[in-house]
Design a protein around this ligand. Structure first.
Ligand SMILES: [Zn+2]
Length: 177
């Protein structure tokens, strides 16, 4: 289980990890990108995200987010993940929770929760921010199901993989106005 958008990983904290987790971090850093070739259906789903967010309805956003998640998992041939979108972000001691990934660990399904309204201002989250959060949580899922890592850490490799998904989706080209 992990929250989104922590600061980028720095090698100094790797050294404080137990040896088993240092090996996980090293394995995580060896994979800077994911071989995702986004087809037209996946690009269309990404393109539909700004309009879904504009409705302000969690059910509309959840449907699009689930399509994106399903297509990425299918393209990489890993089990799917259940995505639930809720409205207002929970406040935490360090700010606001953007998203949360919970591996099933043998009970039920792997699950992602995302929030689409900021806690402080009550505004709908920007398209890029929301998509980044979704891809961040999907990367946690892929750490276990695609890379078969024993844990999912916020390593430099992790953030590189997150960016590789963002670019593979053509997400920077989507008109979010
Ligand atoms: Zn995370």
């Amino acid at each position: 289980m992990a929250d989104a958008f922590r600061p980028p990983a720095r090698p100094t904290w790797y050294r404080r990890l137990p040896p088993a987790l240092q090996r996980v971090a090293a394995a995580s850093d060896r994979v800077p990108s994911l071989p995702l070739a986004a087809g037209s259906a996946l690009r269309e789903a990404v393109g539909a995200l700004p309009a879904a967010l504009a409705t302000g309805r969690a059910s509309d956003v959840q449907a699009v987010a689930q399509r994106i998640g399903n297509d990425i998992c299918a393209a990489l041939r890993v089990p799917g993940v259940a995505i639930r979108v809720e409205l207002k972000r929970p406040a935490t001691r360090r700010g606001e929770l953007h998203g949360l990934y919970t591996p099933a660990n043998g009970h039920g399904r792997d699950a992602i929760r995302l929030w689409m309204i900021t806690a402080k201002r009550g505004q709908v989250v920007a398209y890029r921010t929301f998509l980044r959060t979704l891809l961040h949580e999907i990367c946690h899922h892929l750490d276990y199901t695609y890379l078969h890592l024993r844990d999912s850490l916020h390593t430099q490799g992790f953030y590189q993989r997150e960016s590789s998904l963002f670019h593979a989706l053509g997400a920077g080209d989507v008109d979010s106005a």
